[in-house]
Design a protein around this ligand. Structure first.
Ligand code: NDP
Ligand code: 13P
Length: 335
């Protein structure tokens, strides 16, 4: 039984980081929360008004002003747990001044659903290879949960995966609340990869919606998508898992169908004829699936898993192929 007070540093200033800070603060276990973000103006606003100005701005933040900072090393130094919440494409940049010593002995929780570009590594692998974090100190926070619904305190379920399930249960005890239920898993690879993949399928779903396909087709698309996820995670890390669990199927469904999904919104714009750049400019937030599909395409060269939906999204976003033609071709290959 752990007796000292928990300390945690949340790294990132977007919607999910803001929602995670809210859960941690609403949870009754005594803890000190430290919060790093790159934007100095947002820190100033937060410390004065207790609201994040650009993300989930209605949420009141109950963290002492002196615990919110742009000084990453100072925030990390205080904490036993580090909750990473920067989009994967910017993680290397965010951690550029950090050494393995700064993270030594810490328990690192990744709430990121993306792949580190160029490295083509999921976050757990990247932290292990670059910073020497042992897998037993790594946790993944995932599951079907949009930040906007956390802000509204709508009932949500999160999965915490780690090879050390006692550690995962300890972290679960730091975030569960009246509106957050937790599930513990030991499948870090499957949990991370399926969270990355579902963003790509949500883009596919958005593209199809933008092109005018209806709910009947969407259901077939998503039933093919879960089989694609199952094939891929089985090829990467073969264990006895039930792909219908919330961390896999649930997360795919919420992202592919929810009005709050960034990835679906981005895909919808592509289906309606926006270019990638104009769709990105239109959104204040990051669609991880855009970066992930390029990485996945590279990773799958080693595994050769049959992934027609991923290929279609890759062709549209990176080969500038016509969304209409790609989806027409894909539709002929779904079952
Ligand atoms: N939002 C959600 O509901 C959920 C998100 N996630 C995951 O959480 C992670 C964070 O996403 P989320 O909080 O949604 O992000 P948002 O889209 O809400 O915010 C974007 C964040 O990225 C930062 N950013 C944007 N451009 C850059 C850049 N060039 N360099 C460095 N940082 C940059 C922004 O900082 P700034 O404001 O300073 O520009 C901001 O903190 C993602 O992996 C996402 O998949 C997981 C579950 C739910
Ligand atoms: O991961 C999420 C929900 O579980 C968030 O998905 P989006 O980034 O598409 O909004």
């Amino acid at each position: 039984m752990h007796t000292t007070k928990n300390t945690i540093a949340v790294i990132g200033g977007g919607s999910w980081a803001t929602a995670n800070v809210k859960m941690l603060a609403d949870n009754s276990t005594p803890k000190d929360i430290y919060w790093w973000m790159r934007n100095g103006e947002a820190v100033e606003h937060l410390t004065k008004f207790r609201h994040n100005p650009r993300y989930l701005s209605s949420v009141e933040i109950n963290v002492p002003a002196q615990h919110i900072s742009t000084d990453l090393k100072a925030m990390l130094a205080q904490a036993e747990f580090v909750l990473l919440n920067v989009p994967a494409a910017f993680l290397k940049d965010a951690l550029s001044g950090i050494t393995p010593q700064d993270l030594e002995g810490k328990k690192i929780v990744s709430a990121i659903k993306g792949i580190v570009p160029d490295e083509n590594l999921i976050i757990g692998e990247f932290l292990n290879q670059r910073y020497g974090i042992p897998f037993n100190n790594l946790l993944v926070l995932s599951g079907p949960c949009h930040a906007e619904e956390v802000a509204l305190e709508k009932l949500s379920y999160l999965t915490i995966a780690s090879p050390d399930t006692e550690l995962a249960a300890r972290f679960a005890g730091m975030i569960d609340t009246r509106y957050i239920k937790t599930i513990v898993s030991d499948d870090i690879y499957g949990t991370e990869y399926s969270a990355v993949l579902k963003n790509i399928y949500a883009i596919a779903s958005g593209i199809c919606h933008g092109l005018g396909y209806g709910d009947n087709f969407q259901a077939v698309l998503i039933s093919n998508a879960i089989r694609e996820i199952e094939r891929f995670v089985e090829a990467i890390h073969h264990i006895d898992r039930d792909i219908k669990e919330s961390a896999y199927l649930g997360d795919l469904m919420v992202t592919a169908y929810s009005q709050f999904s960034r990835n679906r919104t981005f895909g919808n714009m592509i289906g309606k004829g926006y270019t990638v750049t104009s769709a990105q400019l239109e959104m204040n937030m990051v669609a991880e699936g855009y970066y992930a599909v390029n990485c996945l395409h590279q990773i799958n060269k080693q595994h050769n898993v049959y992934m027609p939906i991923c290929n279609a999204v890759y062709n549209i976003l990176y080969q500038k192929r016509s969304p209409y033609n790609e989806m027409k071709h894909l539709a002929e290959n779904l079952s």
